[in-house]
Design a protein around this ligand. Structure first.
Ligand SMILES: NC(=O)c1ccc[n+]([C@@H]2O[C@H](COP(=O)([O-])OP(=O)(O)OC[C@H]3O[C@@H](n4cnc5c(N)ncnc54)[C@H](OP(=O)(O)O)[C@@H]3O)[C@@H](O)[C@H]2O)c1
Length: 271
């Protein structure tokens, strides 16, 4: 009997980075992978699934709102029921937000950001953990450079991504000796629709990007870096030279990092 196909569960797989990651995984490993694709938009998931199937991968499509714990539990249960194992869990589903705190009249949507970006990843990981321990598998968390450096105008988003970073750094140490690795990806600005869909100060879809989109990384490059880093069981994937420099600069000259962040915010305000 040949080796069983690896079962890869990706949240937020209907669009953007998660969808591209699924397509690249299928193209790279074909029938050696089973992809479980989760998000809320079933029609978009089916489109991604068709592309993955045509590359030779088996695909299970699972509607799931990661902001609902019961959905996360069901996603993991359906995966194990259908395929008996989970080898890789990619916590990628996420929402963006852009507002100055002083412009926010009601913090209700801050809780929604935390529920999707943090709690969705925590609920999926908790439900999948026994299966990942059994397979000596891998956890991937898609955080953000905003999870390493606080970004003005992004208190909700940065808080959710710092929280993800803390959760997965701590978990990494808990599970390492039991054969499970944790890879945290820190993309910078990637060319997807996330900022246009993200919350504005009033909790509505922003309809515009609050960032400078020039020089955004392509979604193909971002997904390739995540896939390469996952396959190498890399600890952290910090995606841009600016991101890598910012991480060190914050240790030796934190005030300078603040000033650069404020300058970027002021430039955006003028744009
Ligand atoms: N693009 C960037 O510049 C960038 C930079 C740093 C980090 N990131 C992170 O990368 C991840 C992917 O972002 P992206 O740029 O690919 O965004 P995107 O194109 O907007 O895609 C987001 C994905 O997450 C899913 N999603 C959103 N809310 C969900 C929920 N409640 N339950 C289940 N799925 C949900 C969406 O599907 P449905 O709407 O169908 O549910 C979609 O598949 C996010 O965690 C984001 O924070 C992105």
């Amino acid at each position: 009997m040949g080796k069983p196909s690896r079962v890869i569960l990706i949240t937020g797989a209907s669009d953007g980075i998660g969808a591209e990651l699924a397509r690249q995984w299928a193209a790279r490993h074909r029938e050696a992978v089973v992809l479980v694709l989760a998000a809320r938009s079933l029609d978009k998931l089916e489109g991604v699934a068709a592309a993955c199937r045509s590359a030779g991968a088996s695909v299970l499509v699972e509607p799931c709102d990661v902001g609902v714990k019961a959905d996360c539990d069901r996603l993991v249960a359906s995966t194990v029921h259908a395929h008996g194992r989970i080898d890789v869990l990619v916590n990628n589903a996420g929402v963006s937000a852009h507002a100055l705190l002083s412009d926010v009249p009601d913090l209700g949507w801050y809780e929604d950001v935390m529920r999707t970006n943090l709690w969705g990843a925590v609920w999926c990981t908790h439900a999948a953990l026994p299966h990942l321990l059994a397979s000596r598998g891998q956890i991937v968390a898609v955080s953000s450079l905003a999870g390493l450096v606080g970004v003005p105008g992004r208190t909700a988003y940065s808080a959710s991504k710092f929280a993800m970073t803390g959760f997965f750094e701590a978990l990494r140490v808990e599970v390492a000796a039991r054969g499970v690795s944790v890879t945290i990806a820190y993309p910078g600005v990637v060319d997807t629709q996330i900022r246009y869909r993200g919350y504005d100060a009033l909790g509505r879809p922003a309809g515009r990007s609050g960032l400078d989109e020039r020089g955004a990384m392509s979604v193909e490059t971002c997904a390739r870096l995540i896939l390469d880093g996952t396959e190498a069981r890399t600890r952290d994937i910090v995606m841009s030279a600016k991101g890598r420099a910012g991480r060190w600069l914050k240790l030796i000259a934190p005030g300078l990092v603040d000033r650069l962040a404020l300058k970027a915010l002021n430039q955006e305000a003028k744009a």
